[in-house]
Design a protein around this ligand. Structure first.
Ligand SMILES: Cc1cc2nc3c(=O)[nH]c(=O)nc-3n(C[C@H](O)[C@H](O)[C@H](O)COP(=O)(O)O)c2cc1C
Length: 204
């Protein structure tokens, strides 16, 4: 194995989702390096449908969390979850987002993608945009780890796209995909294990 291979293997094997952060701020230059790494990802037709919002304003972050929490509460109540459990789940999500030194929201825009009259090809094109944004986010997570930062993908914006767009004042074309909570790690992170290759790979 070359040194590059060893370094890469080490990086992917030691990355963990980190959900607790020290209060130390992440410098803007460091965030820009992560976003540059994300934007180096491959994308369908190289159209780069990813969009990002670095949520710096703390009041805006609180407003966003509060509105997303309301929607989360309503969804859990519809599921029939007991009130105390709902409050615990909402609290957990809130703390996670407020405790991060930085929050990067992930979006896709179909504006530069191809459009088709038939729904099957249009759905495939949309999936390609989702896949491209996911690759960018994956690269961002690895770059964060390489930089000594901790990060965790949080899916909640996917469930509240209208709230996210309104609170952040974004164009209609920006579809929320998720967000990445970031900061200097205040926990080790647990190895959650992976399925063995034989469980997920068929050789034909
Ligand atoms: C699409 C996606 C959505 C996720 N959503 C959440 C989430 O909402 N909250 C959370 O704590 N972790 C979330 N995660 C992190 C996963 O739980 C985590 O990656 C998985 O348990 C494996 O752990 P590891 O990242 O430490 O290897 C998400 C990950 C992905 C890729």
């Amino acid at each position: 194995m070359t040194e590059t291979q060893k370094a890469y293997q080490e990086l992917v094997e030691t990355r963990r989702s980190i959900r607790k952060f020290t209060g130390q701020p992440v410098p803007r230059a460091a965030l820009e390096r992560l976003l540059e790494a994300a934007c180096r990802a491959p994308s369908a037709h190289n159209r780069q449908p990813w969009r990002f919002v670095v949520l710096q304003d703390y009041d805006l972050r609180q407003q966003l969390i509060s509105e997303m929490s309301e929607s989360f509460r309503a969804d859990l109540a519809k599921d029939g979850m007991p009130q105390d459990e709902i409050e615990r789940a909402v609290e957990r999500g809130r703390d996670r987002m407020l405790g991060a030194a930085a929050v990067v929201l992930l979006f896709l825009s179909m504006e530069g993608m191809d459009s088709y009259a038939d729904s099957v090809r249009q759905a495939a094109e949309h999936t390609m945009a989702v896949q491209s944004v996911s690759l960018a986010a994956g690269q961002l997570l690895l770059a964060a780890h390489a930089a000594g930062l901790g990060a965790c993908w949080v899916c909640s914006p996917l469930f509240t796209p209208t709230i996210v767009r309104r609170v952040l004042g974004l164009p209609l074309s920006w579809e929320a995909q998720g967000m990445i909570a970031l900061g200097y790690p205040d926990e080790e992170g647990r190895d959650r294990g992976r399925k063995a290759l034989r469980e997920v790979v068929l050789w034909r």
